[in-house]
Write a protein that binds this ligand. Structure first.
Ligand SMILES: [Ca+2]
Ligand SMILES: [Ca+2]
Length: 280
């Protein structure tokens, strides 16, 4: 037994002490290097709009170009840009640039963290879409989701969704070859109870080049929300807190049931109830 543990320890020790160059399998070129973090080296963005910008990660765009997440190193804020193979900056994607907010001495970008991204033809119109979900540090769990279409050599922002405790998925719900965007979120990110129970989801599809909500085409997707609202409306534990939002839970439940019955609705009017209630 001791021998086996010893071998495991040696293997573990050897793995974590690999020479640094063996950890750099994500990099397409190793020079020039601007700095290092625990995870990887930064590749200096050549012809950069700012000297502190580096390439964080790349997606292949075409034979000469990549879609790159760009990091402003001092602030860890990320943006998205087209970059050539020699690491020359070409252009930012719309609304995903890193900007300096001189009034507040801050840096604004698309997010602090890039969760996942993709570049593929999701609506089968022979033009690829680019999508990315970011995260912002903070308890509300705001994870901005961006969806672009690339047509006539131009990126156009189709969707930018920024809600609390959100999660986007790009998947083909009904196996018809067209992918849907499922965006789950909370109507309020102000407290644990709100984040977990004021839940909603919208289902988006690109139709004729425009994003449209198609919630009622996926009635089964709304069945999982009903028990969340029912529990919030009947719980006895900390009932006072839940009671405060009863009108919102009832509104959400009604909307979910309408989608289950095939009638399209979203939760915009429920957001209105929540806003008005909080004003009082
Ligand atoms: Ca497409
Ligand atoms: Ca589909």
């Amino acid at each position: 037994m001791e021998v086996i543990i010893g071998i495991l320890l040696i293997l573990l020790f050897n793995h974590t002490n690999l020479p640094p160059e063996l950890h750099q399998d994500n990099l397409q070129s190793s020079k020039p290097v601007l700095g290092t973090s625990n995870e990887r080296e930064y590749i200096l963005l050549q012809s950069s709009p700012h000297r502190d910008f580096a390439i964080w990660d790349n997606l292949q765009f075409d034979s000469t170009t990549r879609i790159s997440s760009i990091i402003h190193i001092p602030s860890s804020v990320l943006g998205i840009a087209l970059v050539d193979k020699q690491n020359n900056f070409i252009s930012w994607l719309p609304e995903a640039e890193i900007k300096f907010d001189y009034d507040n001495l801050g840096v604004i970008g698309a997010g602090d963290h890039l969760y996942w991204w993709g570049f593929e033809d999701i609506d089968k119109d022979n033009n690829n879409e680019f999508y990315a979900q970011f995260a912002y540090a903070g308890t509300a769990g705001v994870y901005p989701f961006y969806l672009y279409t690339y047509k006539n050599k131009k990126f156009t922002l189709l969707l930018k969704l920024i809600e609390a405790r959100s999660k986007a998925e790009v998947l083909d719900l009904d196996n018809d070859g067209i992918k849907e965007v499922v965006y789950k979120y909370a109507l309020s990110g102000s407290g644990n109870r709100e984040r977990e129970t004021l839940r909603w989801k919208d289902i988006w599809r690109i139709e004729d080049g425009k994003p449209v909500k198609v919630n009622n085409q996926f009635p089964d997707e709304y069945k999982e929300l009903i028990p969340i609202y029912d529990k919030a409306l009947t719980t006895q534990y900390n009932k006072d807190f839940y009671e405060f939002d009863y009108p919102v839970y009832r509104c959400l439940k009604e909307k979910a049931e309408l989608n289950i019955n095939g009638q399209f609705v979203d939760a915009e009017s429920c957001k209105g109830i929540l806003r008005n209630k909080n004003k009082k």
